[in-house]
Design a protein around this ligand. Structure first.
Ligand code: DAH
Length: 347
């Protein structure tokens, strides 16, 4: 076979292959086998140098023509195959915009956070500042500055988790009273603050006890602050939280950091399921009192000139009363069936 025949043969063979090839990869393969360094056309063209010098230009021209023709066929076919591939891909990835969207759940505030927010809003509107304290406290602020020296028997009720002999997980937000008094500049006016947060105690968890719970402390120190101010403040708070119309009852109590000390109950109308007879129940909601002179003195405040009231309430307990929840552990178990009952729509 002479070189011209070889070229013709090659053209025929490759044309058929191009025709038959059904993928971009295959066509790329053909191109490499034909035109690559060791490709069929390159091999044939190597034989040109042995030809009669008169024939060389004729065969050379022919070879170039065949090469251009095949190249064109290859690129056309490649283009078609690429388009087909894209069409197939588009068809398979078609998005049905009419399908319903995926639903996902949006969280809402925990019921305890809702109560805390409500109490914060209430006091902010009355000119109080909100101070978030530290959960890891010193013995000094948690106990001593609250008039509970080292060997005070009332410490027994507030055993806690110690990090070192003098550093502990706070047992009461009352620790923030002393910090607030230390910080406040009394020449600017009275101190009015609330301090919400978690507290800890060594306790055996049951329906009404948890080793970790929440408190909100309140403190007002200024000139001529009286028990009447405390009463009015607490009445406004319970009106807000439980609705107007609940009577309050103050019972004498004891806390080392207040004198006098009080426990406060609110009235609750109950209906006996069996007899339908109505009754009034008293429910304890918080502890309070007038700030003990020792506590003021330890903060370098003159008890002859200044006085104050303080209170400490448990939002956990408030929520239990308000919503009729009978087990404090529900707040901490993350059971969605429980939590969903307090979903705030739109939050
Ligand atoms: N800290 C007290 C407790 O944890 C609660 C309390 C009672 C706080 C009376 C007060 C208060 O500020 O005046 O049991």
């Amino acid at each position: 076979m002479d070189i011209k025949e070889e070229l013709e043969e090659l053209k025929k063979k490759v044309s058929v292959e191009i025709d038959k090839s059904s993928s971009v990869d295959l066509i790329e393969n053909i191109r490499v086998h034909l035109l690559g360094k060791k490709g069929d056309l390159t091999k044939i063209l190597k034989g040109l140098k042995d030809l009669d010098p008169r024939e060389k230009p004729v065969v050379g021209q022919m070879a170039n023509k065949i090469r251009t023709q095949l190249e064109t066929m290859i690129s056309q076919k490649k283009h078609i195959l690429e388009e087909n591939k894209l069409d197939a891909q588009l068809a398979s990835e078609k998005i049905d915009v009419t399908l319903p969207g995926e639903t996902f759940q949006i969280g809402t505030k925990h019921v305890l956070q809702q109560i805390q927010d409500q109490i914060e809003d209430h006091f902010l509107s009355q000119g109080y500042q909100v101070m978030y304290g530290r959960e890891i406290e010193t013995d000094e602020y948690n106990f001593e500055r609250m008039n509970l020296p080292k060997d005070h028997p009332a410490r027994d009720m507030q055993d806690t988790f110690y990090l070192t002999p003098n550093v502990l997980l706070r047992t009461q937000t009352s620790a923030m009273q002393a910090r607030a008094m230390d910080k406040h500049d009394f020449s600017t006016g009275p101190l009015k603050m609330i301090s919400p947060g978690k507290v800890y105690r060594r306790d055996n968890d049951d329906a009404t006890h948890s080793h970790q719970f929440h408190q909100i402390e309140g403190l007002v120190v200024g000139k001529k602050i009286t028990l009447a101010d405390l009463k009015g403040t607490l009445q406004a708070l319970t009106d807000e939280l439980f609705g107007k119309g609940h009577a309050m009852r103050f019972r004498q109590s004891y806390f080392p950091f207040t004198e006098p000390s009080l426990e406060v109950d609110i009235s609750w109308n109950t209906v006996d399921k069996n007899t339908a007879s109505q009754d009034i129940e008293w429910i304890e909601v918080l502890g309070a009192g007038m700030v003990h002179p020792n506590v003021l003195k330890m903060a370098n405040i003159d008890p002859e000139e200044y006085s104050g009231f303080a209170f400490g309430l448990g939002p956990d307990r408030f929520a239990m009363i308000k919503y009729g929840i009978d087990d404090i552990r529900n707040f901490y178990l993350d059971d969605l069936r429980f939590l969903k009952q307090f979903c705030q729509v739109g939050e």
